[in-house]
Design a binder for this molecule. Sequence first.
Ligand code: GRF
Length: 341
Amino acid sequence: MTNIAVFASGNGSNAVNLVKAFNAGTRIHVALCLTDRENAPVIEKMKELGVETIYFPRNVWKENPQAILEALRHRDIKVIALAGFLCFLNSEIVDAYEGRILNIHPSLLPAYGGKGMHGANVHKAVIEAGETKSGATVHVVTNEIDAGPIVVQREVAVLPDDTPESLEAKVHEVEYEIFPEAVVKTVATLTPPALPKSVDDVWAEALGVPNNVPKAPEVPDQPQSPTPQQQTPFQQQQTPFQQQQTPFQQQHRVEDAVRNHTNSMPPTYLVWSIVMTILCCTVPGIVAIIYSAQVSSKFYQGDIQGAQRASQRAEIWIIVSFVVGVLSNTLYLPLAIAGAF
Ligand code: GRF
C-alpha cells in the first residue's frame, strides 16, 4: 500500500476525486488531507469520506515546515498531491519530497502559469486572449511556481460562446482524469526498497495477492494429493522453472486440485460391472470390475487421465460382457431346449 496526502485550500473537488479513485480497492491510499484554511469546504468533504484532515495555520506552513513533515512521515506519506492548494510551500518540504509532489494547474502549462495565475483568473485570461484551446496540466512541484516537469497534460476546446465558468467546468472534467493518472505514474517511479525482494514478493505485489503461499488443499473427507514419493518419475521430473511457481500459479493449482477432487470423478460403473458378471458373461464382467475399482483409486491419487481411461475401459468390458452373455444365451437356449426333447 502506498499512502499519499492531498493538500487543498478550497472546494476540494479534485481531492474528493482522488479519494474516490483510489481508496476503494487500489494499492494507493489517500491517507491524509492537509489544509491552510480553517473553514475550507474540503475539510467537511474529507470528513465524510473518512480521510484524516489537519488544518495548519499559514504561519506553521511558513515558519515550521518540520511540523508538516512530521505529520507526513508519521503517516508514511510517499507522494503529495496539491489539489487547489493556495499556500506557499516551504522549500524544506519541496526538497524533502523532491519529485514526489504533484500540482494540478488549470491551463496548458507553461502558458497561463506563474504568479497570480490560479482558478478563475486563468480561464478569464484564456478567453480574453481568444484562445481556441486550453486544458489542464499535472506537473512536479519545484521551488519555482508552475515550472516543474510535466507529468500529464490534456487539452479542451475553447468555443466562441465559452465563459470563464463554462471553461472552468470543462477543465475540471479533464482534471478528474489526469490527476489520478499522474499519481499512478509517480507512485510507479518510487525508488525500490534497499533489500531485494523475492520473486514471490514481486509477483504477489504485482497481482495484489498476499504472499502467504497456499498449502496443499484440504478437502474434508477426501484423500490428500499424492506426496512426491507417490508421483511418477515424469511428474517428479520438473524443470527449476516449473518448480518456481508464482503464488498466482499456485493459487490456480490449488483451485484446480480442489475442483478435480470435488466435481469431476468419472463414473466407476461398479454396479453395472457386478450385475453383468452375475447375469451375463463372468470373465469380461470381472475385467470390468477391476477397471471400475481403478477409477476411484487413480482419481484420488491425482491421476485424472488414468481414472478416465479406467472408466472407459470398465464401460467397454461391461458391453462386452453383455453382448457375449446375450449371444451365448441365444445360442445355448435353443440347443438346450432341443437337447431336452
Ligand atoms: C483546480 O482547477 C486546479 O487546477 C487548481 O485549483 C482548482 C481546484 O479546484 N489548482 P477544486 O478545489 O479541486 O475543485
